[in-house]
Design a protein around this ligand. Sequence first.
Ligand code: SAM
Length: 229
Amino acid sequence: RLSRRLKLVASYLPKSAYFADIGSDHAYLPVTVCSHDLSAKALAGEINEGPFKAAKQHVGAYGLHDRIEVRRGDGLTIIEEDPVKQVTIAGMGGSLIRSILETGEEYLKSVDLLILQPNVDSYDLRHWMVTSPFSLVDEQILEEDGHIYEVLVAKRGQSGFNEMSYKQLLLGPILMKEKSKPFISKWKRERDNKERIVEQMKLATSPNQLKIDQFIKDIQLINEVIEND
Ligand code: SAM
């Protein structure tokens, strides 16, 4: 059974999707999607030998070799010339996802939908989106097994958020309006961490005032949004 986290990622794929899942590990996502939708096709990309083999095995066990091609390679390069329409990248840090998108932008020519699930640093992805050909159209946050995950969805074109304030980049323009339970717990925890770090930084022999000010600014922004919750 697919995790709720990956189910949420899958729920943004259209019927008859033709997508590349980058960092696919066991190819759980493509296998589930293609088992449920007989008109869906996918590429599963893996940089590491172990997960690459596991993905091949899993796809074979489900008899899906004809619709899921497992390729070994770095990031988006595995797309080569294939006209995939959607890209999913899940379970990595936001800065790694960003660098995969940035370095492989030429492979996104036929892609009109990105479904990204950063474990941390979703700021980096939103920041990339405002200067990329894609714009943020939806965001979700969920808690599973004690972890909090975010899913960011971007479409080619200007239909989403083309500009975001620092606060929106940090917290997410949609998530900060919804203020769901996992959102509040995430940002309470982040704020408490930042407060602890500020206290520690102040104790240093030569405190980095710029850094301290940045953390204090973040704490204020977070408090503005989660106060009274
Ligand atoms: N996407 C799956 C999920 O969400 O459950 C697997 C996540 S797993 C934590 C991250 C996977 O990304 C690992 O299998 C790793 O080998 C792969 N990976 C890391 N960097 C990569 C890159 N630059 N290109 C392709 N795969 C990469």
